[in-house]
Design a protein around this ligand. Structure first.
Ligand code: NCD
Length: 302
């Protein structure tokens, strides 16, 4: 792994396994009254978020604090300053604070890579445009591994707005490295055929029933309207064809895990009773986000 964490594409299977293994060590902390370790005492993390976030920003902050580091969050959402100039200015400001790592989310694909070239500080990508969201894929893998001994051979259906989803891309890279069987499913405007070429082991269907049949994991995605200049189809058309409802779950394996990176839009891409069903591990994903981010921060800030 380079000095930071920019994407799953750059990681080897062995590096991913090491992070997940370490995250498993941190999982039991959640249920202890003293949740704090002092492995990163005296270090400082800066969270720099140019896009909205609830789960990711909070869990990076909690992860840093649990490791004994200080964490500062800067939110620049809504900033409309041109990318290059604002990033260089921000870079100089942050460098002056001498952080030990910077976690960054930005609407432009490649923005953290740009920063990483200029700064000696390790950068963790917390989502760059439609490109990657590596810690999300790691926490998704950890959540699946809470229920399965291996990812190899699992049938995973990723359903929704694939083309705009950095979560889908990072997961595609990860599942491919571990030999899972991935079916991508969504309406044609949100799922161009070229997506299957991103990584080996991907297939594509526009039919939800076909995607879900025999699935071990169903990963739902939000329709990312903020990344669409014009709506590719009427919103009312989406749910009947691509919204996950209880009747769909009967087609999957009885042990199917329903996942969603959040934020969920109930009644848009997922029915409320499915999100709250016993198959849903959506809140386990959130919980595992802390353990995974602790493992990542320990690795790069030490
Ligand atoms: C995702 C993101 O920001 O890419 N959310 C998250 O980090 N859990 C998915 C989304 O916004 O739909």
């Amino acid at each position: 792994m380079s000095k930071g964490l920019l994407g799953i594409e750059d990681l080897t299977r062995v590096e991913i396994e090491a992070i997940l293994q370490r995250a498993k060590d941190f999982q039991p902390l959640q249920n202890q009254s003293n949740k704090r370790l002092d492995l990163l005492r005296g270090r400082m993390l800066v969270n720099l978020f140019f896009e909205a976030s609830t789960r990711t920003r909070t869990s990076f902050e909690i992860a840093a604090k649990r490791l004994g580091a200080d964490a500062v969050s800067i939110t620049a959402s809504g900033s409309s300053v041109a990318k290059g100039e604002s990033l260089v200015d921000t870079l100089n400001t942050l460098a002056a604070m001498k952080p030990d790592a910077i976690v960054m989310r930005h609407a432009a694909s490649g923005a953290p890579h740009f920063l990483a070239r200029y700064l000696p500080t390790p950068i963790v990508n917390a989502g760059d445009g439609t490109h990657e969201h590596p810690t999300q894929a790691l926490l998704d893998a950890l959540t699946i591994l809470d229920h399965h001994s291996t990812l190899e051979g699992l049938r995973v259906a990723i359903i929704g707005d694939i083309v705009h989803s950095r979560v889908a891309r990072s997961n595609m890279y990860l599942f491919s490295k571990f030999g899972a069987e991935v079916v991508l499913c969504g309406p044609a405007p949100l799922l161009p055929p070229a997506m299957v070429q991103l990584a080996p082991g991907m297939t594509l269907t526009h039919n939800m029933t076909e995607a879900i049949r025999g699935a071990d994991v169903i990963m739902m995605l939000r329709v990312q309207l903020e990344r669409q200049n014009e709506s590719p189809f009427p919103a009312s058309e989406y749910y009947p064809f691509y919204g996950l409802r209880l009747e769909h779950l009967k087609l999957a394996k009885p042990s199917v895990l329903v996942m969603h990176p959040g934020p969920i839009n109930r009644g848009r891409e997922i029915a409320s009773d499915v999100a709250d069903s016993r198959q849903s591990v959506i809140l386990n994903q959130v919980e595992n986000g802390i353990a995974v981010r602790m493992a990542v921060l320990e690795r790069i800030m030490n």
